[in-house]
Design a protein around this ligand. Structure first.
Ligand code: AP5
Length: 214
């Protein structure tokens, strides 16, 4: 099963992707995590991506298309994968439509998580991240021990792009550049719409019900 997770910043893509990957045994591929790892390691890609990311802008399409092309060619994806954060623009979706047949793959479902803007701002301002990719929220989803990741024991941090100005940019970028993909995949008849405004376990059950129908 190959899944795309679509949704605005803070809609819970990363949170749900971890749970889905565990239940269905698919590989979680987050382009945001890949980019942040490159930033941490000071690679050329990381240096180029950082200025865009900190400002809440999208990293140029050609860089992302190359990242995803390399990632989907790795052997661990044969048991299925979940793309979290890709595609984010129409050119990225079109590029993927060319890459997948070459790799003998297809997307089975696009899970579209919808959450109102005011809720997104609350979620992002209270989010704390671990470098292992797990995200927490100070109020809605706190770690067992303050400031420490439950999974790997790493120290939690506040993402630079979760500052207010960057968050507002990211929401605007989502509306202009990513939201058109809902139509793109509706036309392909593979969208599952999910109300992402409830509690984390309820949303997970709703997503799981859509995946179980496949
Ligand atoms: P990326 O890391 O993909 O960020 P994003 O899409 O903006 O999404 P987020 O990680 O902010 O949110 P999420 O939906 O995963 O929510 P989460 O589960 O953490 O990308 C970062 C940047 O990288 C981009 O801005 C861009 O610059 C670049 N980039 C990445 N991919 C790219 C691409 N394809 N093309 C170009 N550039 C790209 O949840 C958020 C918070 O809410 C957490 O605190 C969580 O605990 C909490 N929460 C989750 N669910 C609930 C709930 N139901 N109720 C209450 N709280 C909840």
């Amino acid at each position: 099963m190959n899944i795309v997770l679509l949704g605005p910043p803070g809609s819970g893509k990363g949170t749900q992707a971890k749970m889905i990957a565990e239940k269905y045994g698919v590989v979680h591929i987050s382009t945001g995590d890949i980019l942040r790892e490159n930033v941490r390691n000071g690679t050329d890609l990381g240096k180029e991506a950082k200025t865009y990311m900190d400002a809440g802008k999208l990293v140029p399409d050609e860089l992302l298309i190359n990242i995803i092309k390399d990632r989907l060619a790795k052997p661990d994806v044969t048991g299925g994968y979940m793309l979290d954060g890709y595609p984010r623009t129409t050119p990225q979706a079109e590029a993927m439509d060319k890459i997948l047949p070459e790799l003998g793959q297809k997307i089975d479902v696009v899970v579209n998580i919808d959450v109102p803007d005011d809720e997104l701002v609350k979620r992002l301002s209270g989010r704390r991240m671990c470098k292992c990719g797990v995200s927490y929220h100070l109020k809605f989803n706190p770690p067992k021990k303050e400031g420490i990741c439950d999974v790997c024991g790493g120290e939690l941090y506040h993402r630079d792009d979760d500052k207010e100005e960057a968050v507002l940019n990211r929401l605007e970028v989502y509306k202009t550049q990513t939201q058109p993909l809902i139509d793109y995949y509706n036309k392909a008849g593979i969208i599952a719409d999910i109300n992402g405004a409830g509690e984390i376990p309820e949303i997970f059950d709703e997503i799981a019900a859509s995946l179980d129908k496949l």
